[in-house]
Design a protein around this ligand. Structure first.
Ligand code: DX5
Ligand code: ZN
Length: 219
């Protein structure tokens, strides 16, 4: 089953509840992707725990929080408490990724681990059973609207092979530059969760964009 997770990074931050409603409902988004940036791990600053707390009360759609921050070991549990259904930390920033994944799960959310473009999957093969989702970044994290990095397709393919080799059921998410032009290549390489910011919120009809991305990814 393919999932489409619109990134609210490309939405109007003054009207988040309304922007969430535009992409949810029947045939709408499965999750809302929430990009948390701290201006240290990435050169951009977005939102934090209080906004996630408010947004989780304002929508029934579960929140997929992508933490592009330093010290995720300290912060990630707070996002679970704020109502996130899934919390993804960057392995490059985590002091103790196994302990952190276990803590996120123990608190009741799905645990995700993200890899920047230059971070290989192979050293983390043994960690996969600790995770509910692996995120392969297809742009350098920090900004929406960047061009998809084709050179990440082999990594998506290798990650899918590792997941299948171990008989795991974790989701393989791609994030960055996912659009009508690139979603099929990601799906073909083995991704099953697709984050799309500008391709959804930049469209005249964001709900229709979600439906058409889903159709293209499902082919
Ligand atoms: C980038 C973020 C993405 C971003 C994607 O660092 O992690 O989630 O919103 O935006 P698009 O889909 O426009 O590349
Ligand atoms: Zn993201």
């Amino acid at each position: 089953m393919v999932q489409i997770n619109p990134s609210i990074l490309s939405a109007d931050f003054a009207r988040l509840a309304e922007e969430a409603r535009r992409v949810t409902g029947p045939e709408g988004a499965d999750w809302l992707h929430v990009d948390v940036m701290d201006n240290h791990f990435v050169p951009n600053l977005t939102l934090g725990v209080p906004v996630v707390e408010s947004l989780s009360r304002a929508t029934d759609t579960p929140l997929d929080c992508h933490l592009m921050i330093e010290s995720p070991d300290r912060w990630a549990p707070q996002y679970v408490e704020a109502g996130a259904g899934s919390v993804t930390f960057h392995v490059e920033a985590a002091a103790a990724p196994v302990r952190l994944a276990r803590e996120i799960r123990a608190k009741g959310a799905r645990a995700g681990m993200a890899l920047k473009p230059a971070t290989p999957i192979e050293p983390y093969e043994d960690l996969l059973p600790e995770l509910d989702m692996l995120l392969v970044m297809t742009v350098e994290p920090g900004f929406g609207g960047q061009a998809f990095l084709d050179i990440m397709l082999p990594k998506i393919r290798r990650t899918r092979q590792l997941i299948d080799k171990h008989g795991l059921r974790l989701w393989l998410q791609v994030d960055g530059g996912v659009s009508a032009e690139t979603v099929e290549r990601c799906a073909e390489a083995g991704a099953d969760v697709f984050v799309a910011g500008s391709a959804v919120y930049g469209a005249d009809d964001p709900a229709a964009a979600v439906r058409s991305l889903r159709a293209m990814a499902s082919e």
